[in-house]
Design a protein around this ligand. Sequence first.
Ligand code: C2E
Ligand code: CA
Ligand code: CA
Length: 679
Amino acid sequence: MNDIQTIFQTANPILNQIPCPMMILDLEGIVVAWNREAEKTFGYCTEEILGAFYPFIEEEKTFFYKDLWQKVLHSADPMHLEPITFHTKKGEVINASITLKAFTIDNNRYVYIQFNLDAAEKQDLLSFNEFSSIRDGLESSFMMLAIDQEGLITYANTLFLKHSNWTPKRIVGKTFWQMFPQTSESPSTVDMIWGSLQNGKQWKGEVEKITKDSQSYWVDLTAIPVFTTSKKPSSFILLENDITEKKRLQNRLEKIAYIDQETGLMNRYRLEQIVNQMITENHHFSFVYFTIDKFYSLKELYGDQAEQVLLQEFTHRMKMYFQDSSMARVSIDEFVVLTPLGEWFIQGFLTYLEQHPIYINNTTLPLSISGGISKFPDDQISFAHLMKASYAAIQKVQSEGGGSISSLSKADHKALYTKSIIEKRLLVALDKKDLKVLYQPQLDLRTGKITTVEALVRWDDEEIGTVTPDVLIPIAEETGLINDIGSFMLEQACLQAAEWHRKGIDINVSINSSVREFRDKNMVKQIRRILEDTGCPAKLLNIEITEKFALEAEAETSIIQQMKQLQNDGIVFVLDDFGTGYASFRYMQLLPLSQIKIDQTFISTIQYQPKSQKLIQGMIQFGKSINMFVLAEGVETKEQQDILTEFGCDAIQGYYISRPIEAKEIEKLILSEPSLSRS
Ligand code: C2E
Ligand code: CA
Ligand code: CA
C-alpha cells in the first residue's frame, strides 16, 4: 500500500459516513478510495477495487471522456453530469447522475466522484435487481401470461406462445377466458380463478386449457395478482407448467386402480369414493349388497370357465335391471348397487334373474343370490357402516339358507351403531387411560382371610355413559382392542399388587384374559416385562381364562407353551366360569391350571334345587380329586356360603363378601379382617 492509499485509508471512516456511493480517483483514473455505500451499490468490495482502473467505463470508451476528464482536473468548481448508465459487478444496470470535484494533496491532483442515485432507484435497487433475475428464471421455466385489470392479455412469453400456438400479435387483446375450454361446471373453475384474483388472492391448482386451435391441455397454474400502489391489483400474472402427460397417466392409473378388469364395474375403492361423495351431497339411496350363494361349489361343479361366464352374465343382468345405478364388484363374488329406488324394486331383481337364467353348456346354471339392503341416511351414515350393516343383513339371509334379499331391523341397526360409537370412544378412553379397575375380594373359607382379589374393568365415558364389561368385552374382542384393555388391566393390577406387597399386604390379584391376547407370541415377554417394571412378584398374579379360551388353547400348542412358561415363573392359572362350557377332562390335564372357579349360575340355584347341589358337590369333588383349588363365584347369601363350606369349597367370591370396590377400600377391608369371618 503506498502512502497516498494510507492517507485515504485513514480517511475511510469519514468517507463511510457519506450516505451515498462515492469514490476518489487519481490523475490516471485509478481508484484510491471507495466507501461502504459504493460497496453496497456496485457490489465491489474496497479491497478488490483499490488500485484498479475506474471500472465502470469500458476501457475502449475512455477516450469519450478524455476531454471531460481534463476539464474536471483543471476546474476549481464541482461539475454535475446528467444520469449515466453504470454496471454493477453482477452486470446489473444503474442510472445515476454524478458530481465531480478535483482537489490537490501533496501536489497531486485527485477527483472526488459522488453518485447520486434517485431515491426510488436506490431503494428498489436490490429488489429490482432481484426481481429481474427472478423474472428471467420464471420466463425460462414457465409459460407466462400477463393480464390487465379487465382480463385482457397484455403479454405472453415465448414458452406460452409455442405451447398454445398463438402468435405474439394475435394473443394481445384476447381475454383471459378465451384461454380455457367452455365447461358446464358452474361456477366454473375459471370464474373461481378470476374471482380470487379480483380479491387480491393467489390461486393455485390444476386446470384444463385450450390452444388457439382448441386442443385441450392441462397445466399446473399459479395465478398471482400484482399490486403497484393501490389496494386493488393492477394486473395479474399467470405462471403455468404443462402437466398433460401426468394427467393422462393419472387417468390411466385411475382406470387400472378403480375398475374391475373382469366385469368392467368399478371396484371397492371407487365405490367408496362415490358413496362418500353422495353422502357429502346428501343424496338419499339404498346400499344393496349382493353375494352369489355357493359360488365356489358352482365353480367346482361347472369348471373355471363357468366362473367367467357367470360373472359376466350376472353383471350384464344387474346392469339391465338397475340401469343407470352405480354398481361395483367388491370381492370375487360380491357386488354393490347404489339405487334411489325402493325395496320392492330391489326385491324384483330376484324374479328378473329367474326369468333370465344363465346357461352354461346349454344347461341352466342354478343361480341363487343373497342380498342385504341399508339405506342412507335412514339406517347408516358412513360407507363403512353401510357396508357392515348390509353385510350383516346378508349373513342373516344366508343363515336362513340364502336366496333372498333383506334388510336389518331398526333394532339391529341401532345395535350396530352403538357398537361403532363404543369402538370410537374406547379408542379415546384407552388413549387417555380413562378405564378404571375395581377389585372384588375372594374369601378363603379355611382361614377366613382375603387372599385374592379379582380385577374387573370399569368404564364411565363422559359421552356415552357407563359401559358394562358384558357389552365392552365382546366388542373389544371383535375389534382387537381387547389386547390394549388386557395390557392396561395387567399393568394396573401388577402396580396395585406391588404396592400392597410393599405395604406388607400380600394379596393375589387375579386378571381376566382372553385367548386373543395369548395368540400374541410376545405375551410371555410382555407379562414378564410388566412384572419387572412394576416390581410385582410373579406369584401374586393370577390369570383367569374361560372354557372357550381353554378349547382354543388346546388347538394351539404355542398358547399352552406360553402358559407353562408363565406357570414356571409362579403365575397361577384359573379356569373361570367352570361348568358353563364344554369342560373336558382332556384340556384340564393339558393346560397348566391350578384353580377352578364354579360359575355363578350354579350358585344362584344352590338353595332351591337339590339337583344343582349335587352338581356343585360333584364339581368340587372333581376339582379336589385332580388337586385343584376350588372357588365359587356369585355368592350372595349366608346360606350359599354355608352350603359351599360344607361341600369343602376352598374359597368364595360374591356380593355377600363384597361388591367390586376401589383398591383403597380393599385395604380397609383387609385391615378390619377379623370381622370378615362370617362362618
Ligand atoms: P367374570 O370374570 O365372571 O366376573 C364376575 C362378574 O360377576 C363381574 O361382573 C362381577 O361384578 C359379577 N359379580 C361378582 N359377584 C357377584 C354376585 O354375587 N352376584 C352377581 N349377580 N354378580 C356378581 P362384571 O364386572 O360386569 O364383569 C362381567 C364379565 O366381563 C366378567 O365376568 C369377565 O368375563 C369380563 N371382564 C370384566 N373385566 C374384564 C377384564 O379386565 N378383561 C377381560 N378379558 N374380561 C373382563
Ligand atoms: Ca373372572
Ligand atoms: Ca366368572
